[in-house]
Design a protein around this ligand. Sequence first.
Ligand code: NAP
Length: 311
Amino acid sequence: MTILLATDFDVQALGLWRSLLQAALPEEHIVTERHTLVAADADVAIVANPPPGTLQGLTQLRLIQSLWAGVDRLLADASVPPTVPIARMVDPSMSATMSETALWAVLSLHRGFQTYAAQQRVKVWQPLPQRRADEVAIAILGLGELGRCVARCLGAQGYRVSGWSLRPAALPSITTHHGDDALTGVLGAADIVINLLPLTPHTRGLFCARRLDAMRPGASLVNLARGGHVVDADLLAALDSGHLHHAVLDVFNAEPLPAEHRYWQHPKVTVLPHAAAQTDPRSAAEIAAANVRRLRAGEALQNLVDRARGY
Ligand code: NAP
């Protein structure tokens, strides 16, 4: 059968993915041009932000394998066949990369390295008071594949780590909380809040004025998940008022971040270009291919998305 590889990649990236997938799946016919497909041809779609409507009419689909960990855009496409299983990317190398970004952000905030960079620009020589890692409370929202890895990494560095998830979770040396009722307490107890939630109808706009107010005065936000989690005007107000110390933002409501957006120039905002943990084609192509092999062998698919939960 045929696999449709449907992405928004440029020609070079598409060529790389195609050759890696073809090497991992030599028996399969991989097509990258939707219009060349007869509707009944493809029974697998391997996707990364395909233009909305791309999967419409593919009546034989049995698996939609996302190359991205987050599937919010895919689930927002009403033309995606409603009963076809969707698998998302779960890759230990992505979790490790995300942990590096989270550790860098936490170290920068804890040790004041953003402040030192700002001081250097105006030639100020001013050491800051120094705290131990175990005096810094970190809250991780989302204890999934990425959040758990980040929690372990920060715990190993000596930080005081707590986590928040939808359902109860148990993690060694991490204080865990779950459910909406616990969120205010989790936010209020942290010096640094790291967002690693999926974007769902339930989590969209989570960082609104009320939730930001619930954060500790002088706390910082690290958003490594999705821009839609943050109400930008409310975050800017919390930074401008002095309630929050700093925001490290990797993801935005509009990407690329528009040139006129206040975040670019804001002294209390660090902007990253959605680069916290990119999918690595070398490992991810093999992970996607393994799920296709499972489908062909009649075995259980891995990393399936629960469409009702939205992640
Ligand atoms: P995951 O394994 O699906 O984990 C999601 C976590 O969020 C789970 O712990 C889940 O709780 C929790 N959660 C979901 N809805 C919740 C709610 N309403 N209240 C409380 N907790 C809730 O996801 P992941 O692989 O860790 O990835 C997380 C997100 O990171 C992705 O969806 C994507 O948007 C983002 N991401 C960003 C980048 C980047 O470069 N910036 C890269 C990759 C991924 P349960 O454990 O109870 O289910």
